[in-house]
Write a protein that binds this ligand. Structure first.
Ligand SMILES: Nc1ncnc2c1ncn2[C@@H]1O[C@H](COP(=O)(O)OP(=O)(O)OP(=O)(O)O)[C@@H](O)[C@H]1O
Length: 283
Protein backbone atom coordinates (compact mmCIF):
# COMPACT_ATOMS: atom_id res chain seq x y z
CA UNK A 1 0.00 0.00 0.00
CA UNK A 2 1.47 3.39 -0.89
CA UNK A 3 1.35 6.18 1.66
CA UNK A 4 0.73 8.97 -0.79
CA UNK A 5 -2.79 10.36 -0.81
CA UNK A 6 -4.61 10.24 -4.13
CA UNK A 7 -7.00 12.77 -5.56
CA UNK A 8 -10.68 12.87 -4.58
CA UNK A 9 -12.92 11.31 -7.17
CA UNK A 10 -16.54 10.99 -6.10
CA UNK A 11 -18.48 13.97 -4.81
CA UNK A 12 -21.96 13.26 -3.58
CA UNK A 13 -24.27 14.66 -1.00
CA UNK A 14 -23.86 12.35 1.97
CA UNK A 15 -26.44 11.71 4.62
CA UNK A 16 -25.55 13.16 7.96
CA UNK A 17 -22.79 10.89 9.16
CA UNK A 18 -21.56 10.36 12.63
CA UNK A 19 -18.13 11.66 13.29
CA UNK A 20 -16.81 8.15 13.53
CA UNK A 21 -13.44 7.54 15.13
CA UNK A 22 -10.55 6.37 13.01
CA UNK A 23 -11.03 2.88 14.36
CA UNK A 24 -14.28 1.41 15.57
CA UNK A 25 -14.27 1.81 19.33
CA UNK A 26 -16.47 -1.20 19.72
CA UNK A 27 -16.35 -3.68 16.89
CA UNK A 28 -19.45 -5.87 17.00
CA UNK A 29 -18.18 -8.11 14.28
CA UNK A 30 -14.57 -8.66 13.20
CA UNK A 31 -12.76 -10.70 10.61
CA UNK A 32 -9.30 -11.92 11.55
CA UNK A 33 -7.31 -13.49 8.74
CA UNK A 34 -10.44 -14.72 6.97
CA UNK A 35 -10.10 -16.89 3.86
CA UNK A 36 -13.15 -18.20 2.03
CA UNK A 37 -12.75 -21.12 -0.37
CA UNK A 38 -14.98 -22.98 -2.79
CA UNK A 39 -13.38 -26.42 -2.99
CA UNK A 40 -9.72 -25.81 -3.89
CA UNK A 41 -10.36 -22.25 -4.99
CA UNK A 42 -9.42 -19.73 -2.27
CA UNK A 43 -11.72 -16.95 -3.46
CA UNK A 44 -11.06 -14.42 -0.71
CA UNK A 45 -7.86 -14.25 1.33
CA UNK A 46 -6.57 -12.86 4.57
CA UNK A 47 -9.29 -10.36 5.39
CA UNK A 48 -8.96 -8.31 8.59
CA UNK A 49 -11.90 -5.98 9.14
CA UNK A 50 -13.84 -4.52 12.06
CA UNK A 51 -17.51 -3.60 11.79
CA UNK A 52 -18.35 -0.91 14.33
CA UNK A 53 -21.42 -0.82 16.52
CA UNK A 54 -24.27 1.24 15.03
CA UNK A 55 -22.31 2.01 11.93
CA UNK A 56 -22.94 1.30 8.28
CA UNK A 57 -19.98 -0.30 6.53
CA UNK A 58 -19.95 -0.59 2.75
CA UNK A 59 -18.02 -3.29 0.90
CA UNK A 60 -17.14 -2.07 -2.57
CA UNK A 61 -14.96 -3.40 -5.37
CA UNK A 62 -15.05 -4.76 -8.92
CA UNK A 63 -17.22 -7.67 -9.91
CA UNK A 64 -15.89 -11.02 -8.73
CA UNK A 65 -13.55 -9.64 -6.05
CA UNK A 66 -15.46 -11.54 -3.37
CA UNK A 67 -17.74 -8.99 -1.70
CA UNK A 68 -20.75 -11.33 -1.49
CA UNK A 69 -18.53 -14.25 -0.51
CA UNK A 70 -17.10 -12.24 2.36
CA UNK A 71 -20.54 -10.95 3.38
CA UNK A 72 -21.93 -14.48 3.53
CA UNK A 73 -19.06 -15.54 5.78
CA UNK A 74 -20.25 -13.03 8.38
CA UNK A 75 -23.37 -15.03 9.25
CA UNK A 76 -22.38 -18.51 8.13
CA UNK A 77 -24.51 -18.28 5.02
CA UNK A 78 -21.66 -19.93 3.09
CA UNK A 79 -22.38 -23.10 5.12
CA UNK A 80 -25.34 -23.57 2.78
CA UNK A 81 -23.09 -23.65 -0.30
CA UNK A 82 -21.58 -27.03 -1.03
CA UNK A 83 -17.79 -27.00 -0.91
CA UNK A 84 -17.57 -23.56 0.72
CA UNK A 85 -15.21 -23.23 3.67
CA UNK A 86 -14.17 -20.37 5.91
CA UNK A 87 -10.75 -20.24 7.61
CA UNK A 88 -9.59 -17.65 10.08
CA UNK A 89 -11.89 -16.09 12.64
CA UNK A 90 -15.16 -14.20 12.43
CA UNK A 91 -15.72 -12.77 15.89
CA UNK A 92 -19.15 -11.60 17.01
CA UNK A 93 -19.02 -9.92 20.40
CA UNK A 94 -15.63 -11.65 20.72
CA UNK A 95 -17.05 -15.13 20.08
CA UNK A 96 -15.79 -17.07 17.06
CA UNK A 97 -18.83 -17.78 14.90
CA UNK A 98 -17.09 -20.84 13.48
CA UNK A 99 -16.10 -22.16 16.90
CA UNK A 100 -17.24 -25.46 18.33
CA UNK A 101 -20.83 -25.63 19.48
CA UNK A 102 -21.98 -22.44 17.74
CA UNK A 103 -25.45 -22.89 16.26
CA UNK A 104 -25.56 -21.47 12.71
CA UNK A 105 -29.33 -20.90 12.94
CA UNK A 106 -28.84 -18.71 16.00
CA UNK A 107 -25.99 -16.93 14.19
CA UNK A 108 -28.35 -16.09 11.32
CA UNK A 109 -30.98 -14.83 13.74
CA UNK A 110 -28.53 -12.45 15.41
CA UNK A 111 -26.95 -11.48 12.08
CA UNK A 112 -29.76 -11.21 9.53
CA UNK A 113 -29.48 -10.88 5.79
CA UNK A 114 -31.32 -9.02 3.05
CA UNK A 115 -30.69 -10.14 -0.51
CA UNK A 116 -30.31 -8.47 -3.87
CA UNK A 117 -33.67 -9.57 -5.17
CA UNK A 118 -36.57 -9.10 -2.76
CA UNK A 119 -37.56 -12.63 -1.75
CA UNK A 120 -40.75 -12.53 0.30
CA UNK A 121 -42.39 -15.89 0.98
CA UNK A 122 -45.57 -16.61 -0.99
CA UNK A 123 -47.58 -15.86 2.14
CA UNK A 124 -49.46 -12.92 3.54
CA UNK A 125 -47.62 -9.75 4.56
CA UNK A 126 -48.38 -10.57 8.20
CA UNK A 127 -47.12 -14.14 7.94
CA UNK A 128 -43.90 -13.03 6.28
CA UNK A 129 -43.06 -10.89 9.31
CA UNK A 130 -44.34 -13.42 11.86
CA UNK A 131 -42.49 -16.30 10.19
CA UNK A 132 -39.10 -15.84 11.90
CA UNK A 133 -40.46 -15.33 15.42
CA UNK A 134 -42.67 -18.42 14.98
CA UNK A 135 -40.02 -20.80 13.62
CA UNK A 136 -37.39 -19.70 16.10
CA UNK A 137 -39.86 -20.09 18.96
CA UNK A 138 -39.41 -16.51 20.12
CA UNK A 139 -41.43 -15.65 23.19
CA UNK A 140 -43.76 -12.91 22.06
CA UNK A 141 -46.45 -11.31 24.20
CA UNK A 142 -48.38 -10.06 21.17
CA UNK A 143 -47.53 -11.16 17.64
CA UNK A 144 -49.76 -8.37 16.28
CA UNK A 145 -47.68 -5.78 18.12
CA UNK A 146 -44.43 -7.34 16.97
CA UNK A 147 -45.59 -7.36 13.33
CA UNK A 148 -46.69 -3.73 13.59
CA UNK A 149 -43.42 -2.71 15.21
CA UNK A 150 -41.28 -4.44 12.58
CA UNK A 151 -43.31 -3.00 9.70
CA UNK A 152 -43.18 0.46 11.26
CA UNK A 153 -39.43 0.20 11.75
CA UNK A 154 -39.11 -0.82 8.09
CA UNK A 155 -41.16 2.23 7.03
CA UNK A 156 -43.89 0.06 5.52
CA UNK A 157 -46.68 0.02 8.10
CA UNK A 158 -48.72 2.92 6.70
CA UNK A 159 -48.72 1.38 3.25
CA UNK A 160 -49.80 -2.11 4.31
CA UNK A 161 -51.72 -1.80 7.58
CA UNK A 162 -55.06 -2.29 5.79
CA UNK A 163 -53.96 -5.35 3.84
CA UNK A 164 -51.90 -7.40 6.23
CA UNK A 165 -53.65 -10.59 5.15
CA UNK A 166 -52.99 -9.84 1.48
CA UNK A 167 -50.22 -11.61 -0.41
CA UNK A 168 -46.72 -10.21 -0.05
CA UNK A 169 -46.23 -10.94 -3.73
CA UNK A 170 -48.78 -8.22 -4.57
CA UNK A 171 -46.44 -5.51 -3.26
CA UNK A 172 -44.13 -3.44 -5.46
CA UNK A 173 -40.42 -4.38 -5.60
CA UNK A 174 -39.46 -1.60 -3.20
CA UNK A 175 -42.24 -2.55 -0.77
CA UNK A 176 -41.19 -6.20 -0.99
CA UNK A 177 -37.63 -5.23 -0.09
CA UNK A 178 -38.84 -3.22 2.91
CA UNK A 179 -40.96 -6.23 3.88
CA UNK A 180 -37.83 -8.39 3.75
CA UNK A 181 -36.14 -5.86 6.03
CA UNK A 182 -39.15 -6.04 8.39
CA UNK A 183 -38.90 -9.83 8.32
CA UNK A 184 -35.23 -9.60 9.27
CA UNK A 185 -35.89 -7.10 12.05
CA UNK A 186 -38.74 -9.16 13.51
CA UNK A 187 -36.33 -11.68 15.04
CA UNK A 188 -34.40 -8.89 16.74
CA UNK A 189 -30.95 -9.21 15.19
CA UNK A 190 -27.92 -7.09 16.17
CA UNK A 191 -26.50 -6.91 12.67
CA UNK A 192 -28.14 -6.66 9.24
CA UNK A 193 -26.16 -7.74 6.18
CA UNK A 194 -27.39 -6.34 2.88
CA UNK A 195 -26.22 -7.78 -0.42
CA UNK A 196 -26.89 -5.12 -3.06
CA UNK A 197 -30.35 -4.48 -1.60
CA UNK A 198 -31.25 -1.80 -4.15
CA UNK A 199 -29.91 -3.27 -7.36
CA UNK A 200 -33.36 -4.49 -8.46
CA UNK A 201 -35.10 -1.24 -7.48
CA UNK A 202 -35.87 2.04 -9.22
CA UNK A 203 -34.33 5.32 -7.96
CA UNK A 204 -37.30 6.27 -5.77
CA UNK A 205 -37.48 2.85 -4.10
CA UNK A 206 -33.68 2.97 -3.72
CA UNK A 207 -33.85 6.29 -1.99
CA UNK A 208 -36.46 4.97 0.45
CA UNK A 209 -34.21 2.03 1.35
CA UNK A 210 -31.27 4.39 1.83
CA UNK A 211 -33.38 6.59 4.13
CA UNK A 212 -34.46 3.49 5.99
CA UNK A 213 -30.85 2.39 6.47
CA UNK A 214 -30.08 5.72 8.09
CA UNK A 215 -32.89 5.30 10.57
CA UNK A 216 -31.97 1.67 11.30
CA UNK A 217 -28.38 2.56 12.04
CA UNK A 218 -29.28 3.78 15.52
CA UNK A 219 -30.34 0.29 16.53
CA UNK A 220 -28.42 -2.03 14.25
CA UNK A 221 -24.99 -2.51 12.79
CA UNK A 222 -25.27 -2.68 9.01
CA UNK A 223 -22.92 -4.10 6.39
CA UNK A 224 -23.86 -3.42 2.78
CA UNK A 225 -22.38 -4.75 -0.44
CA UNK A 226 -22.97 -2.28 -3.21
CA UNK A 227 -21.83 -1.78 -6.79
CA UNK A 228 -23.04 1.75 -6.61
CA UNK A 229 -20.24 3.95 -5.35
CA UNK A 230 -22.54 6.95 -5.01
CA UNK A 231 -24.65 4.84 -2.71
CA UNK A 232 -21.66 3.84 -0.60
CA UNK A 233 -20.59 7.48 -0.42
CA UNK A 234 -24.12 8.54 0.60
CA UNK A 235 -24.93 5.94 3.22
CA UNK A 236 -21.82 4.41 4.73
CA UNK A 237 -19.84 5.57 7.74
CA UNK A 238 -16.92 3.41 6.70
CA UNK A 239 -15.99 1.78 3.43
CA UNK A 240 -13.84 -1.24 2.63
CA UNK A 241 -12.45 -1.52 -0.88
CA UNK A 242 -11.62 -5.01 -2.12
CA UNK A 243 -10.09 -5.98 -5.40
CA UNK A 244 -8.97 -9.06 -7.30
CA UNK A 245 -5.30 -9.97 -7.22
CA UNK A 246 -3.37 -12.77 -8.86
CA UNK A 247 -1.10 -15.06 -6.81
CA UNK A 248 2.17 -16.70 -7.85
CA UNK A 249 0.25 -19.61 -9.42
CA UNK A 250 -1.86 -17.32 -11.56
CA UNK A 251 -4.90 -17.85 -9.32
CA UNK A 252 -7.21 -14.86 -8.88
CA UNK A 253 -8.42 -14.01 -5.42
CA UNK A 254 -10.13 -11.19 -3.59
CA UNK A 255 -8.18 -9.08 -1.10
CA UNK A 256 -8.83 -6.03 1.02
CA UNK A 257 -7.01 -3.00 -0.31
CA UNK A 258 -8.14 -0.19 1.94
CA UNK A 259 -10.58 0.40 4.78
CA UNK A 260 -11.42 3.69 6.43
CA UNK A 261 -13.97 6.39 6.95
CA UNK A 262 -16.07 6.77 3.84
CA UNK A 263 -15.01 10.40 3.39
CA UNK A 264 -11.36 9.39 3.53
CA UNK A 265 -11.79 6.51 1.06
CA UNK A 266 -13.63 8.69 -1.46
CA UNK A 267 -11.82 11.97 -0.96
CA UNK A 268 -8.31 10.98 0.14
CA UNK A 269 -7.71 7.34 -0.80
CA UNK A 270 -4.27 6.18 0.22
CA UNK A 271 -3.88 3.36 -2.29
CA UNK A 272 -3.72 4.04 -6.01
CA UNK A 273 -5.96 1.07 -6.76
CA UNK A 274 -8.71 2.61 -4.64
CA UNK A 275 -8.30 5.91 -6.41
CA UNK A 276 -8.41 4.24 -9.84
CA UNK A 277 -11.52 2.28 -8.93
CA UNK A 278 -13.52 5.17 -7.55
CA UNK A 279 -12.55 7.36 -10.46
CA UNK A 280 -13.88 4.69 -12.81
CA UNK A 281 -10.56 3.60 -14.34
CA UNK A 282 -11.48 -0.06 -13.82
CA UNK A 283 -14.21 -2.20 -12.41
N1 LIG B 1 -20.94 -20.91 -5.13
C1 LIG B 1 -19.74 -20.70 -5.69
N2 LIG B 1 -18.98 -21.72 -6.11
C2 LIG B 1 -17.77 -21.50 -6.67
N3 LIG B 1 -17.24 -20.26 -6.85
C3 LIG B 1 -17.96 -19.22 -6.46
C4 LIG B 1 -19.25 -19.36 -5.86
N4 LIG B 1 -19.73 -18.12 -5.57
C5 LIG B 1 -18.79 -17.25 -5.97
N5 LIG B 1 -17.73 -17.91 -6.50
C6 LIG B 1 -16.50 -17.29 -7.04
O1 LIG B 1 -15.89 -16.55 -6.00
C7 LIG B 1 -15.36 -15.32 -6.51
C8 LIG B 1 -16.01 -14.16 -5.76
O2 LIG B 1 -17.40 -14.11 -6.12
P1 LIG B 1 -18.42 -13.12 -5.42
O3 LIG B 1 -19.76 -13.37 -6.01
O4 LIG B 1 -18.27 -13.21 -3.97
O5 LIG B 1 -17.84 -11.70 -5.89
P2 LIG B 1 -18.54 -10.28 -5.86
O6 LIG B 1 -17.45 -9.29 -5.62
O7 LIG B 1 -19.66 -10.29 -4.89
O8 LIG B 1 -19.08 -10.18 -7.34
P3 LIG B 1 -20.29 -9.32 -7.95
O9 LIG B 1 -19.96 -7.89 -7.65
O10 LIG B 1 -20.22 -9.63 -9.43
O11 LIG B 1 -21.55 -9.79 -7.30
C9 LIG B 1 -15.64 -15.31 -7.98
O12 LIG B 1 -14.50 -15.81 -8.65
C10 LIG B 1 -16.80 -16.30 -8.15
O13 LIG B 1 -16.79 -16.91 -9.40
Amino acid sequence: MSTESHKPSVHVQAYHRRDVEDFPPQPVLSCEGVDVSYGDFRAVRNIDLDFGLNEITALIGPSGCGKSTLLRSLNRMNDLIEGARVDGKVLFHQQDLYGKGVDPIEVRRRIGMVFQKPNPFPKSIYDNVAYGPRVTGMRVSSMDDLVEEALTRAALWDEVKDKLKGSALGLSGGQQQRLCIARTIAVKPDVILMDEPCSALDPIATSRIEDLMQSLRDDYTIVIVTHNMQQAARVADRTAFLTAQVDEHGQRFGALVEFGRTSQIFERPVDERTSDYISGKFG
